[in-house]
Write a protein that binds this ligand. Structure first.
Ligand code: MTE
Length: 325
């Protein structure tokens, strides 16, 4: 494995290290497909991107600052948070979502809530936005690839939505399903994941007040590349658990099969709690680069257990987090 050493001895990973191998390899073919696919199609996509991003940028979405989640570190720059993204439905390169997610149509939008609930329902975006008061919460988000950001999100606890649909006693887990529309999402041409993107939580994790159903960031509606119009944010877990652009929420009895767990079970566990003591097979989880601070001379930050959100620890009492990673 190639390691580039900076003058202060901090290891700088190469792109091929930050990215799982099968994804790194499929990236070339994705870029070729988008480039060669059709020049006219590409131009249209880019026009749609510019229009949609301009529309979204104009839409303010305020949340009442919740003092329980204050700024613990310096907030990441909006530009970093919106141009360095993982949203594989739009390509595997960090800059792809900002380039291509403009083709995502975020209105009308609804979430179908089904499975083990007494009141299954489909809620449109306006009903979702009215379900509980919007709060602004500043959360760290730590990616398993070894980087992190600090972002002011706008949303409310997922538990408000769970309460409305009244889960039955059989609802042991909850599953989030992302939109998978190849017409809007060019990344679906690549078989890098088993589409649609599915993530899940145990029901008590989903009830934890930290789990945020999220509609905005930095006082504005979510940019498409960050998972518009509605996503989940789970700050004590690696970023891949925080599914974007959700169209379905299912309450189920069995642990859901999640997209990353299907793709590489030895690398991506179901729990995915941030844990500096359990390394990913290819990347240490002991420290992280804060995006925006990553000059040659900046030391990495120490990664904290549960990403610093120790209030979730009781959810995992008695569990072996080395096995259930
Ligand atoms: N959700 C969907 N649908 N598709 C994705 O590829 N990537 C995940 C997560 N949610 C992803 C997703 C990963 S790996 C991370 S780190 C976060 O989104 C990134 O969120 P951000 O771009 O808002 O920082």
């Amino acid at each position: 494995m190639l390691i580039k050493r900076s003058p202060n001895g901090v290891d700088i990973p190469f792109a091929s290290e930050i990215t799982p191998k099968h994804i790194f390899e499929s990236r070339r073919s994705f870029i070729r497909q988008v480039a060669v696919g059709s020049i006219a199609g590409g131009a249209l996509l880019e026009m749609a991107t510019r229009q949609a991003l301009a529309q979204n940028a104009a839409r303010k979405l305020a949340g009442k600052p919740n003092p329980a989640y204050p700024m613990m570190d310096r907030q990441s720059a909006y530009k970093d948070a919106t141009t360095y993204n993982n949203f594989y439905e739009f390509g595997t390169d960090k800059s792809d979502p900002a380039k291509y997610a403009g083709s995502l149509k975020t209105r009308p939008w609804s979430i179908a809530i089904e499975g083990e609930v007494k009141k299954p329902m489909t809620l449109d975006l306006d009903s979702l936005l009215k379900l509980a008061p919007l709060e602004e919460r500043i959360y760290r988000l730590r990616c398993v690839e070894g980087w992190s950001m600090v972002i002011p999100w706008v949303g409310y606890s997922l538990s408000a939505l769970i309460k409305k649909v009244e889960p039955t006693g059989n609802a042991k887990f909850i599953e989030f399903v992302t939109l998978a529309d190849p017409k809007q999402m060019p990344g679906l041409r690549s078989p890098v994941l088993d589409w649609p993107y599915v993530e899940g939580l145990r029901i008590d994790e989903a009830h934890h007040p930290l789990a945020l159903l999220t509609f905005g960031m930095y006082g504005e509606v979510l940019p498409n590349q960050n998972g518009a119009p509605v996503r989940i944010v789970l700050p004590w877990k690696y970023g891949f658990k925080s599914a974007k652009s959700i169209v379905k929420i299912r309450f189920v009895n069995e642990q859901p099969k999640t997209a990353w767990n299907i793709a590489a079970p030895q690398e991506y566990g179901f729990y995915a709690n941030v844990n500096p003591e359990v390394d990913h097979p290819r990347w240490s989880q002991a420290s992280e680069r804060r995006i925006g601070e990553d000059s040659f001379f900046t030391r990495k930050r120490k990664t904290l257990m549960f990403n610093g959100y120790s209030e979730v620890a009781s959810l995992y009492a008695g569990m072996d987090l080395k096995k259930l990673f």
